[in-house]
Design a protein. Structure first.
Length: 83
């Protein structure tokens, strides 16, 4: 099974990326995920279910430890044709 995760961390800072946002991006970029898209208002990544779920667990723990007060995420099951 393949999954797509979309997430944002808060609070936002339009002038400079806050530590929690940097940590979340580092987690996603370090995971063995496909089609990683990191942006200022949202981030998306795809991969095998076990890899995505492990990355989400790490992302939540590290972003909250780094000062995030809210993490919004959506996880969707995608087919191989959606790659």
């Amino acid at each position: 099974m393949r999954l797509r995760v979309e997430f944002t961390t808060e609070p936002f800072d339009l002038d400079e990326a806050p530590p929690h946002a940097l940590v979340a991006r580092e987690v996603i970029e370090a995971a063995e995920l496909d089609a990683v898209d990191v942006g200022p208002f949202g981030n998306t990544a795809e991969g095998r279910a076990d890899t995505v779920l492990t990355a989400v667990d790490t992302l939540l723990r590290k972003a909250l430890d780094a000062g995030a007060t809210r993490v919004s995420l959506q996880v969707n099951v995608i087919g191989e044709a959606d790659k």
